[in-house]
Design a protein around this ligand. Structure first.
Ligand code: NI
Length: 144
């Protein structure tokens, strides 16, 4: 939801501001200082939302594992069947003879998504795992 822009002034040490401008420049030349500050504020608010177990979140869980590891595929499958209510879609890619990449699109409460990610990514044999999720309200309303 777009809203009117409000101007306000902030006192900040010069060195800190210079460091911040360098940070903004690394994120892209099209990002100006105001946009960079708005992004930081949004990120912070999204993280706070995620702390509430009842917050509705959307995102993805990515993992890489060796499907030859005994029992691993079955364990990951069982965990996913126990969380069918929050898994919207799954993509499985056979990376090479041994390794599989799996990406799950997820939508549900922060508590439920965190539990799913913790179980999957904590399973022995998962060599890479990452949860990327935001509160759906923040993701939709943050508007640029
Ligand atoms: Ni595979």
């Amino acid at each position: 939801m777009a809203s009117d822009l409000v101007r306000f002034s902030v006192a900040i040490p010069e060195g800190l501001l210079e460091a911040f401008d360098r940070h903004a420049a690394r994120r892209g030349t099209h990002i100006n200082r105001s946009e960079a500050i708005r992004d930081l504020i949004r990120e912070q608010l999204v993280e706070e939302d995620f702390d509430d177990p009842d917050t509705e979140v959307v995102g993805s869980i990515t993992m890489v594992y060796d499907h030859h590891t005994i029992g691993l595929s079955g364990s990951l499958d069982q965990i996913q069947h126990d969380h069918m209510d929050v898994i919207v879609s799954t993509m499985h890619v056979h990376l090479d003879h041994f390794n599989c990449l799996e990406v799950l699109a997820v939508r549900g409460t922060s508590e439920r998504i965190s539990a799913l990610a913790d179980q999957l990514l904590g399973t022995k044999g998962v060599s890479y795992g990452r949860l990327a999720a935001v509160a759906s309200k923040s993701a939709i309303e943050a508007g640029h």
